[in-house]
Design a protein around this ligand. Structure first.
Ligand SMILES: Cc1ncc(COP(=O)(O)O)c(C=O)c1O
Length: 465
C-alpha cells in the first residue's frame, strides 16, 4: 500500500467509527499525500469535494457499523497527604493573594467570553430530554469532537471509547479505581501531581514513587526493576509538561514505557492535561497512541486551555470504557449537562485551534518573563528548569532550604507558592517549590517576584548564620 492509500484507509476507518459524520468538513491540509487520499476516498464515494471549501464526509445512505470498543524510589504503604494540600489550595482563593501557587492558568487568557455565549445559547435550548441523553458516556457530539482532535494527531480513538467526566481529576480517579482494589500497588512519579497522591489515599492503595527526571520524565530502568518485583496494577504518570517538574518524555522513552507496561500487564493512566500547551509547532504524541491492546487510559480536560470552572474532562479508556461508566454512575452520575453542551457547541463553531495558538505563544512569552525575573531577583544558587510547554516553573535550592517556611513567609506578604512537599509523601522535595508563570506581567507581579527573591535570600542567609 502506498502512503496515501494507507491514509485513505485510516480516514475511512474514522468515518466508519463515526469520528467524522455525514456533512463534517475534513481537515484541510495542502500536503500532496492528504489530497491524494481525499481524491481516492472521493472516487470510492466516502467523501465529496466542495469547490473553494474542502472535502466533506459523503452521505452513503447506509448505517455505519457501531464503533468497536477500543481497543530513586519511594515506597509508601499509607498515603496521607490530603489535609496539607487542601491548606495550600485554599490560600489561592483569596483575591488579594498573588496566586503563584495556583494550578489554574490566568483566567483572562482563556476563551471564556466566547464560551459563555455558547453556554447561554444551549441553556435557552435545554429540554427535559437533555439530561438522560447526556448521561455516561456523555454528550455524543462532544465525544466526536474529542475523537476528531485525536484523529488530527493521527491517533485512532473511537467516540465509544471516550467517557466525559467532571474534569480530568474525575477521569483519573475513575481510571485508577477501575483497575485496582484497596491494598493494590500502583506506580507514580516522584515528585508527582498531588491529585495522584490524594486519589491513592482515597482508594486505599499502596504507592511506589519512581524518580522522575525534570527533562525526560520517569526513570524507566527503575520502573522495569519495580515491575519485575511487585504486582503493580497501574502506572499513573504525565508524558508531557509534567506537573510539577515540566519534563516531557521523548518518543523513544514512550515506546519503552509501553513495552514494559504491556509485558507486565500494567495499565497506563496517562495524565495529559497540559498536552495542548506545547511551545513551537509540533504537538507531542501521547503514549496512548502506541496502545494496541486498549488497556491504557488517556485523561485530559478543558480546564487548562478553556474553562477550569466548567469541570469538563474526559478519558479515552479503551476496553475499560464501560467499567468507567458504571463507576461514574455510582459516584457523580454524570458530568454537568449544560457545560458539556456548551463546550460541544463551542468546538463545533470552530476557532478553538486559533485560541490555542495564541494561548501557547502567550504562555511561552510569560515563561521567559518569569525566568528573567528569577535571574534578576533570586539567589544565584537557584536551579530552575525551562519546560517546553505548560506554565509551571520548578525551582530548587540546595537542601536544607525550607520551602514550607518560604510558603508561610510569602503568604504573609500576599503571595502564594506551591511548596515541594505537596508533590510527595516523603520529605525529599522540601527544598523546592513550583511557580505558576501564566500571569500578565505587570508591576504587581514583578514586585511579588522581587519579594520572593528577598525571602529566599533571607532563608539562605539565616541557614548560614
Ligand atoms: C497534572 C494535573 N492533572 C489533573 C488535573 C486536574 O484537572 P481538572 O481541573 O480538569 O480536573 C490538574 C489540575 O491542576 C493537573 O495539574
Amino acid at each position: 500500500m502506498t502512503r496515501y492509500e494507507q491514509l485513505a484507509a485510516q480516514i475511512r476507518q474514522q468515518i466508519e467509527d463515526h469520528i467524522w459524520q455525514v456533512g463534517d468538513r475534513l481537515p484541510s491540509l495542502s500536503l500532496m499525500t492528504v489530497v491524494q487520499a481525499y481524491q481516492l476516498l472521493e472516487s470510492q464515494g466516502w467523501v465529496v469535494a466542495r469547490p473553494q471549501s474542502g472535502y466533506y464526509v459523503a452521505n452513503r445512505n447506509n448505517s455505519f457499523a457501531a464503533a468497536k470498543g477500543g481497543k530513586g524510589l519511594h515506597l509508601n504503604e499509607n498515603v496521607e497527604i490530603n489535609a496539607s494540600i487542601f491548606g495550600v489550595l485554599q490560600a489561592c482563593k483569596d483575591p488579594d493573594i498573588i496566586p503563584f501557587g495556583s494550578a489554574f492558568p490566568e483566567p483572562a487568557l482563556l476563551d471564556e467570553p466566547k464560551l459563555a455565549k455558547s453556554l447561554a445559547s444551549v441553556a435557552r435550548r435545554l429540554s427535559k430530554f437533555n439530561t438522560p441523553a447526556n448521561l455516561p458516556p456523555g454528550n455524543e457530539q462532544l465525544r466526536r469532537n474529542i475523537a476528531q482532535r485525536y484523529a488530527t494527531q493521527g491517533i485512532h480513538v473511537a467516540p465509544d471509547e471516550i467517557v466525559i467526566t467532571a474534569g480530568a481529576m474525575e477521569s483519573l480517579v475513575l481510571s485508577l479505581q477501575s483497575v485496582t482494589q484497596p491494598g493494590d500497588w500502583v506506580v507514580i512519579e516522584s515528585p508527582a501531581f498531588y491529585g495522584s497522591l490524594q486519589a491513592i489515599e482515597r482508594l486505599k492503595l499502596k504507592a511506589i514513587a519512581i524518580k522522575t527526571d525534570p527533562i525526560f520524565g520517569i526513570d524507566l530502568d527503575a520502573l522495569e526493576e519495580i515491575a519485575n518485583k511487585y504486582p503493580i496494577k497501574a502506572c499513573w504518570l504525565m508524558t508531557h509538561y509534567q506537573n510539577p517538574l515540566g519534563g516531557t518524555m521523548p518518543q523513544a522513552n514512550k515506546k519503552r514505557l509501553v513495552d514494559i507496561l504491556n509485558k507486565h500487564q500494567i495499565a497506563l493512566i496517562e495524565d495529559d492535561v497540559y498536552g495542548e500547551l506545547y511551545f513551537g509547532n509540533k504537538q507531542p504524541i501521547p503514549a496512548k497512541a502506541l496502545d494496541t491492546k486498549g488497556n491504557f487510559f488517556h485523561c485530559s480536560s478543558f480546564s487548562k486551555c478553556l474553562a477550569p470552572g466548567y469541570r469538563v474532562g474526559w478519558v479515552a479508556a479503551g476496553h475499560h470504557a464501560t467499567k468507567i461508566q458504571h463507576l461514574q454512575m455510582m459516584s457523580t452520575v454524570s458530568a454537568s449537562v449544560p457545560t458539556q453542551l456548551a463546550i460541544a457547541e463551542y468546538l463545533s463553531l470552530g476557532g478553538y485551534d486559533n485560541h490555542l495558538r495564541k494561548l501557547r505563544q502567550t504562555m511561552e512569552q510569560r515563561q521567559h518573563q518569569m525566568l528573567g525575573a528569577i535571574a534578576k531577583y533570586m539567589p544565584a544558587s537557584v536551579k530552575v528548569n525551562m519546560p517546553k510547554g505548560g506554565y509551571f516553573l520548578w525551582l530548587e535550592f540546595e537542601a536544607p532550604f525550607n520551602a514550607i517556611r518560604l510558603y508561610q513567609l510569602a503568604l504573609k506578604e500576599g503571595i502564594s507558592i506551591a511548596p515541594g512537599s505537596m508533590f510527595s509523601t516523603s520529605e525529599q522535595f522540601n527544598h523546592a517549590f513550583r511557580l505558576n508563570a501564566s500571569f500578565t506581567w505587570n508591576e504587581q507581579v514583578e514586585e511579588a517576584m522581587k519579594t520572593l527573591g528577598r525571602l529566599c535570600h533571607y532563608l539562605i542567609n539565616e541557614r548560614r548564620e
